[in-house]
Design a protein around this ligand. Structure first.
Ligand code: Q0N
Length: 288
């Protein structure tokens, strides 16, 4: 295996990982899109490039907070060479607003991941302060929120305190940045690994629409679910079809594909202030 052949090392629903050598992986963001946890048969052209560019943009800007796994952003604008790490077996979620499983937990328990929350909050409300709500990586299906005690049993108390502090700092930096561009970061999921020296390193993709809830600030209204910045056309189309949300998912009409592609590119350009065409021409533009 010293002939440059890449070894398929795993797939997510919309990303692929290949082993390059002992120290490096190739992470490829495809154009596949999932909704209601099902990957649809119709791709969104350039979606993978948008996500790879956004991740690179945030990695470059947050490296003073925590080192990350990015080594090379390739000319195809959708694949990156990354450092091979020992991944922590938890998802590091930060929530600034009450949505998704955080809102579900709150309605059932008045708390999420052991954070007691004030009474009377409504869906999409801003939390008194951002909270760290770790989850386990379910091999299949949904991730499961766990208490910080359960997370400490998985990674150790000291490491958990480190990733909690770093995750909150990253959330605060990126949500402040996005707010200046009219985009709210409701919540985000981060993954960390350890390098050979035992240093914590931010991995996977970071602060993309697939790993975060981005909401358009101008239509924010607590008390209801918020429209998704990127996937709302897809969700609306699926809802009006009456699809039961079990596989296989429906094919998307061209109007939904085009509208969704435009939203991804708009998110990219609003957040990075780099024209998407300039990114395709030279992907490294987002790293400076
Ligand atoms: C790794 N996953 C999570 C991509 C995401 N730098 C790394 N070193 C070792 N392992 C991983 C990374 C990264 N990133 C991350 N799995 C392995 C989920 N994958 C699923 C496939 O697509």
């Amino acid at each position: 295996m010293s002939d440059g052949a890449a070894v398929h090392a795993g797939s997510g629903k919309v990303r692929e990982l290949f082993g390059l050598d002992e120290d490096r992986l190739l992470l490829v963001a495809t154009d596949r899109i999932s909704t209601f946890d099902v990957v649809l048969p119709t791709p969104i052209p350039d979606k993978g490039r948008v996500l790879t560019g956004l991740s690179g943009f945030w990695f470059a800007r947050t490296s003073q907070i925590v080192p990350n796994h990015l080594l090379v952003l390739r000319p195809d604008a959708r694949s990156t060479e990354v450092r091979r790490l020992e991944m922590l077996p938890i998802e590091c979620v930060v929530r600034g607003y009450l949505a998704g499983s955080g809102w579900k937990d709150y309605q059932r328990l008045g708390s999420t991941s052991g954070h007691e929350l004030p009474e009377g909050l409504v869906e999409s409300d801003r939390l008194p302060e951002p909270i760290f709500t770790p989850a386990t990586k379910a091999a299949e299906g949904h991730d499961e929120n766990i208490s910080r005690e359960a997370a400490a049993d998985l990674v150790g108390r000291e490491l958990l305190e480190d990733v909690e502090r770093i995750s909150l700092e990253l959330y605060s930096y990126v949500s402040d940045y996005a707010a200046t561009r009219g985009i709210m970061l409701a919540d985000t999921k981060l993954e960390f690994g350890l390098d050979g020296a035992g240093t914590l390193v931010l991995a996977d993709e970071a602060f993309t629409p697939d790993s975060s809830r981005f909401w358009p600030a101008d239509s924010y209204e607590p008390g209801r679910p918020q429209p998704s910045f990127d996937k709302q056309y897809v969700r609306d189309f699926c809802e009006q079809l009456g699809w039961d949300k079990t596989p296989p998912g429906p094919e998307l009409p061209q109007s939904v594909v085009e509208g969704t592609r435009s939203r991804y590119i708009e998110a990219f350009e609003r957040l990075t202030a780099v024209p998407f065409a300039a990114y395709l021409d030279d992907p490294n533009t987002v790293l400076s």
